[in-house]
Structures are given as structure tokens and as C-alpha cells.
Ligand binder design. Structure first.
Ligand code: NAI
Length: 251
């Protein structure tokens, strides 16, 4: 890759969309991409309301209420970026949910909702943006997978399957997007301290921290900096990768 025009602001002039940006990892990704100079469109479900506006205001970006599972999510997003910015350079598919249950008690609703948000939506969003000609050459797609998609996790068959699928997406799309000089990579966080993991029972949470070689949970910024690396045009030769964030998993 060519060196960026500015080492301080490597994403200057770039437009980035971050889904699930109202809180947690997504909110920090929005901050880090904005720090690097990108205009950030912070997207989240309409119910995220004030939290979403807070992220957008903090980063000097735009709040976009967008349920990624809506049938028209991709076309709506394409329309938004084409009208306002002439396109988009960086897509971070971060929105995700868990609906944990031991396999014996797993039900269809838990399967389909988790696969819908975590796997189908990221695939469709990219497809719709490409089809609309909204994803610009030189851009990056970054999908948030999980260590559960690599190593599996008890009670998370639906979630682990969705996150493994995301790695499949990266493998499948890397050569296709390369034709347009767009990279696609995944980050696979281990246990990160957010509202999502705070909802886990204390004893399980402790296990989550201890199965990392670091013996502790990671912070949202650990994931966000990895995303920023993939978004940086200076890493344009890096595609089709999965980077684990938060120590070596000792599962
Ligand atoms: P979180 O629950 O704190 O935040 C997720 C955000 O996604 C929320 O603001 C939520 O409103 C939004 N969202 C959910 N469904 C959506 C939809 N249909 N459309 C648009 N937005 C939607 O979760 P956290 O911890 O920040 O996780 C972010 C991503 O990182 C998720 O994909 C998660 O699976 C992944 N991850 C998290 C780990 C952790 O330890 N916290 C570990 C590995 C992966």
C-alpha cells in the first residue's frame, strides 16, 4: 500500500459505517475511526435512541437508526451514503446479539434471531452496498466475529455458529472484493468487558476471563484498534484474515 497522506489522520476523507454503535465495542470503534479522521455514521436499532445520538455527537458523526435485519436495511444505507457522501469506504459489521441456551433447550426463535443479526445481516449489507455501487474502491469491510466462532462455547451453539459463519463470509468475499480493491477481514474478540458480557452470570464471567492467556477480559479499545488497523488504507494488502483479540484462548 501507499503511505497515507497523513500519518496522524490516515482515514481523512473516508466515510465509515459502524453498526451497533450505540454502546459497547461499536461505540469505541466509532471513536477510534473518528480519531483517525473518518466521518462516522453510527448505526443502531431505532430503540437505541439517545445512546446512538450520544455516540454520533461524541465523534462528530451522523446517527442513523437502522435495524440491520430489516429487509431494506442495505438499500436504505446505500441511499443514505450515496446521497450524503457519494459512497462509503469502511463498513464495520459490529451489531450482534446473544440468545444463549444449552443445546437441548435451544429453540428455533433463538437460532433464527442470532443467525439473522450476526450472520445474514452482515452478508446482505455488503451485498446491497456493492450492488448499489456504494462501496468505494480502496475500502474495507470489517466483520466482528468471536472466539466462540473458532473454539465454540457451551450454551452458545447458535452464537458460535453465526460467528463461525462470519469467518466463512470473509473467506468467500475476500477474492470477490479484491477485484474492487476492497479488503475484508474479521476480528474475533475473546471476553471483552461490555454490557453484553455483564449480563452473563458472575461465575461464568470469571471463566470467560480465565480462559484467556492474559487471565483477564479485554477492553473495547483492544477490538477497536484492531478494526482501525484493517480500515487503514496502509493495510490494503491485508485481506481474508481473522485476528483474535484478547489473549490466546485456552479453551
Ligand atoms: P452490546 O450488546 O454491548 O452492543 C451491541 C449493539 O448492537 C447494541 O447497541 C445493540 O442495540 C446493537 N444491535 C443489536 N441488534 C441490532 C440490529 N438488529 N440492528 C442494529 N443494531 C443492533 O455488545 P458488545 O459486547 O459491544 O458486542 C459487539 C459485537 O462484538 C457483537 O457482534 C458481539 O457478538 C461481538 N463480540 C463481543 C464480545 C464480548 O465479549 N463483549 C466477544 C466477542 C464478540
Amino acid at each position: 500500500a501507499a503511505a497515507p497522506a497523513s500519518w496522524d489522520k490516515p482515514l481523512q476523507g473516508k466515510v465509515a459505517v459502524v453498526t451497533g454503535a450505540a454502546r459497547g465495542i461499536g461505540a469505541t470503534i466509532a471513536e477510534v475511526l473518528a480519531r483517525d479522521g473518518a466521518h462516522v455514521i453510527a448505526a443502531d436499532i431505532p430503540a437505541a435512541g439517545d445512546a446512538l445520538s450520544a455516540t454520533a455527537n461524541k465523534v462528530g458523526g451522523t446517527a442513523l437508526p437502522l435495524d440491520v435485519t430489516a429487509a431494506d436495511a442495505g438499500t436504505k444505507l446505500a441511499e443514505h451514503v450515496l446521497e450524503r457522501h457519494g459512497g462509503v469506504d469502511i463498513i464495520v459489521n459490529n451489531a450482534g446479539i446473544t440468545r444463549d441456551k444449552l443445546l437441548a433447550n435451544m429453540d428455533d426463535a433463538r437460532w433464527s434471531s442470532v443467525i439473522g443479526v450476526n450472520l445474514i445481516a452482515p452478508q446482505k449489507l455488503v451485498d446491497d452496498l456493492v450492488e448499489a455501487g456504494a462501496l468505494r474502491e480502496g475500502g474495507s469491510v470489517i466483520d466482528v466475529s468471536s472466539i466462540a466462532g473458532i473454539a465454540g462455547n457451551r450454551g452458545q451453539t447458535n452464537y458460535g455458529t453465526s460467528k463461525a459463519g462470519v469467518i466463512g463470509l470473509v473467506d468467500a468475499y475476500a477474492p470477490i472484493l479484491a477485484e474492487k480493491k476492497i479488503t475484508i477481514n474479521a476480528v474475533a474478540p475473546g471476553f471483552i468487558e461490555t454490557a453484553m458480557t455483564a449480563a452473563i452470570p458472575l461465575a461464568t464471567r470469571e471463566v470467560g476471563r480465565r480462559i484467556s492467556s492474559l487471565q483477564q477480559g479485554g477492553q473495547t479499545v483492544d477490538v477497536a484498534e484492531t478494526v482501525a488497523y484493517f480500515a487503514n488504507p496502509a493495510s490494503s494488502a491485508v485481506t481474508g484474515n481473522v485476528v483474535r483479540v484478547c489473549g490466546q484462548s485456552m479453551l
